[in-house]
Write a protein that binds this ligand. Sequence first.
Ligand SMILES: [Cu+2]
Length: 155
Amino acid sequence: MRGDSVRSLASLLLVVLPGGCGFREGTEPSHAKAAPVRVERARARVTPAQVGAVYFSLVNGTPQADRLLSAESPDATRVELHEVVAREDVLSMVAHPEGFPIPAEGRVELVPGGKHLMLYNVQASGSGINLLLRFEKAGPVRLNVPLLAADEDGR
Ligand SMILES: [Cu+2]
């Protein structure tokens, strides 16, 4: 679908362009609709055990709240929405099958030690991880997530 391919191109550009600076406020043509949820600064880490974590920022440019419902990847057998939480001084991960709510004109950060996507049985090549994000209102968004270098902490 045309809308999907436009969105995936935008996501790709956001991954390629440092800081996603192509979407600065005020530079869009006046006829442009409110921007959908944007995915910025996507990055991934894959362990030798083929478990992966994906981090990014979700930026909601619309006056309506949205929600990241789920994610899938052709490069992994399963993708779950997780959050690292401290319970009685022990860090553990909880799954969020209900998704991540994204406030109207707000943002959600997926970062190491916080919310993240967890990928199981990742078969990642040097070209990164292909991901499909499903949003309640913004619909499906495809992106390619580059792998962090070994010396990058992902923050
Ligand atoms: Cu996890």
